[in-house]
Write a protein that binds this ligand. Structure first.
Ligand code: ZN
Length: 94
């Protein structure tokens, strides 16, 4: 079989997965997103929040609570073992 692998990406305005047809983010999409954003989980939340807002606009008949749980309910941010130093700042570029 030839052809490119279809990514588990959302189709708008249905927000069904292009690859498997399930509600996006499907399990594979969640795993892919988790891998992609492993080092920046806050960015994952921001991305999913943007998708959530766009889906709310695309599907006004679906409750926001239901869409929130679908897009953001599965993400778990963990408290760091050691809280970051409040005086810490990223290094400035030279
Ligand atoms: Zn999928």
């Amino acid at each position: 079989m030839t052809g490119r692998r279809i990514g588990h990406l959302p189709a708008r305005p249905t927000w069904d997965c292009l690859a498997c047809g399930r509600l996006w983010p499907c399990l594979t999409a969640r795993e892919d997103l988790w891998d992609e954003y492993a080092r920046v989980p806050t960015a994952l939340c921001m991305y999913l929040a943007a998708c959530f807002m766009e889906c709310c606009a695309d599907q006004p008949a679906v409750s926001a609570e239901r869409l929130y749980l679908r897009f953001l309910g599965w993400v778990q941010l963990r408290r760091p073992a050691r809280p970051p130093d409040p005086d810490w700042l990223p290094a400035r570029p030279h």
